[in-house]
Write a protein that binds this ligand. Sequence first.
Ligand code: UD1
Ligand code: CA
Length: 453
Amino acid sequence: MTLRTCLTVILAAGEGTRMKSSLPKVLHPIAGLPIVGHVAKAVQGAGGSDIALVVGRGAEKVEASVRSLVGNITVHEQVERLGTGHAVLAAESAIAAGYDDIIVVFGDTPLIETSALDLAREKLAGGSDIVVMGFRPDNPHGYGRLIEQDGRLIAIREEKDVNEAEKKIGFCNGGLMALRGEHALALLRMIKNENAKGEYYLTDVVEIANSQGKSVIAIEISADNVIGINTRLELAEAETIWQNRKRRQMMLAGVSMQAPETVFFSHDTLIEPDVTLEPNIVFGPGVSIATGAVIHAFSHIEGAKVGANANIGPFARLRPGADLAAKAKVGNFVEVKNARIGQGAKLNHLSYIGDATIGADANIGAGTITCNYDGYNKYHTEIGTNTFIGSNSSLVAPISIGDNAYVASGSVITENVPADALAFGRARQEIKEGRAVQLRARYAALKLSKKAE
Ligand code: UD1
Ligand code: CA
């Protein structure tokens, strides 16, 4: 990779009114990560570790969100929105610090790929002064048209300023640009607002650079890369594209899926090869799944670690802090939260296991509940290795059940159970021989006397 220094200017001063949301536009999530977080991630992948974020008035939330994701950022407020050229110059102090490469990206284009930015930086390293990332939309209306001559980009004409011939050009500006740092500031400062909209267009820097004899080129990147989000409809469309990319990557990396279109990943989902995912699975953030595991249909998994060859679902819910060792089994209608499940332990049906540690090879019967909450505090349940918990038992935490212990079904366990002990936590059953016959006779007599009245 290149040793050139790089600053990325992320433009995010837009108001985002069409989202109809109290949340700033660029903070709406795709695969659980804010739109602008996707941009920052792609930029970092391309070696653009220094970021200048341009925000509008009162964008503390945007600033905090980006700061939490990337280290080296400066934030610049663009008080008045006077165009993309004006927005880039809001970050003048950062650009002036001196970088080999300056990349300008929009904060609302979450599907930008590192490879597109890499390509642009390669071109700068190869001697170009400005590289514009172009694409061919189905309908070019509304985009700046790229006007080329002999392989050089001589101008970008905005929709409102094009003539009839230029209108027909299908190669359009994706909005992203890379500039050689050495000349960037001088060129950007020459942008004027003499156009149909009275705005400072970043795109004018192309003609300015040409007039100075600089080398300007356009590279073509796929249309996906430059999709901008303006509405919740576009947000959902971008989510679909993101999910399809991720599914493809996962399958090519060795993950089996019968119905990939029904499996939803988070931005950070980690799955090893030879994992099988049945249909209809949702991954929230913070999940890793080790090799050989099978996740059956209709499972919801977030903040969980699943060990090798574990077997999950159908209809399982793994919540944050679920940590399953190899070969653990979590069956249907089982919820696990903040609990470590030992190797080979089985929780086959209808359980809630929260704030617990379960030893290896334990067998947790159907309907077992860890009663971890008394309305004020949460308490821990410790279950030893090779224990057997009978069906429909309530384990009232804090509680500890020793290794190899056996809990009778239907128990309410309120005191610790030592290792190797049998705990019988319910009233003993009584048998009254013949009593059922007597009962029926009495009811029959009652019925007769009622009729006689
Ligand atoms: C821009 C390009 C156009 C390109 C299109 C691709 C210019 C002049 N035009 O047009 O050639 O085809 O993107 O989508 O660059 N922003 C600010 N401050 C401002 C103005 C904009 O931060 O004062 C930010 C916006 O939040 C947005 C981005 O810059 O993220 C693009 O602005 P927008 O007004 O959407 O540009 P377009 O008119 O779509
Ligand atoms: Ca736009």
